[in-house]
Design a protein around this ligand. Sequence first.
Ligand code: 0L1
Ligand code: MG
Length: 267
Amino acid sequence: MVLATNVKEEITNILFEAEKERREIKKFVDDYPELTIDVAYDIQEALIAKKMAAEQTRISGWKLGLTSKAKQQMMGVHEPSYGVLLENMALTPSEPISMKPFIHAKIEPEIAFVLKEDLTGPVVTVADVIAATDYVTAAMEIIDSRYLNFNFTLPDVIADNSSSSRYVLSTERHVIEEIDLELMGCVFKKDDDVLATTTAASVMGNPARAVAWMANKLLARGQKVQAGDVVLSGALTGAETIVAGSTYSVSFDGLTGFTVSFIEEKE
Ligand code: 0L1
Ligand code: MG
């Protein structure tokens, strides 16, 4: 059975309002088993179009989610997802981040690729991604699922723009050829406590492979990663629930790390 157009529109509106009102909602697949991965990407596209019109913002890039085997097993899914980054999701490391827009946000360390050329295919490879990359930089993503307790299936999370909320890039740029995209170490901290240590290979063996996977998915949907786009290649560790008043920092071998802080703000 095919999901009716009016149901797609209803799901788009519910997701849009849930983010605006910072309200958790129930996942959709239980009521609509015909919500497939393809239909979920249609809903994601409609949601992004609605947000761009309402918030007067534009696409700044893309993000991958669920790129590590550990995270896929934890969430019970069998493939990664992607989502859209908008200009008004970008934050800077120097400014304390208000908790006001979030429902139950989490933070995770990522490697960002910034492109100098479009990824056109017909089949995008790791070598294509490396050749098309202008620079790489350390990043942290703030995810904030609109679903109750981050409880969703793969189509649900795709429709919800892969839990996207905000992202922060380091101000330092690095040449991709100087980075070991498998062995690069990463340390993720909350205040002075080490939360996790890992290497870049935790992202599909090589984060450039994750970018290539997404570029091919986008081409199949008649879209593409373009010159100037930022791509968050997927979390290197599990996501940590953000505690107001805390700082989170990421450092990588060969990439300049940074710290962000969060503040509670009253209505
Ligand atoms: O960016 C991510 O890895 C998150 C993707 C969606 C899954 C989640 O909300 O944990
Ligand atoms: Mg992420």
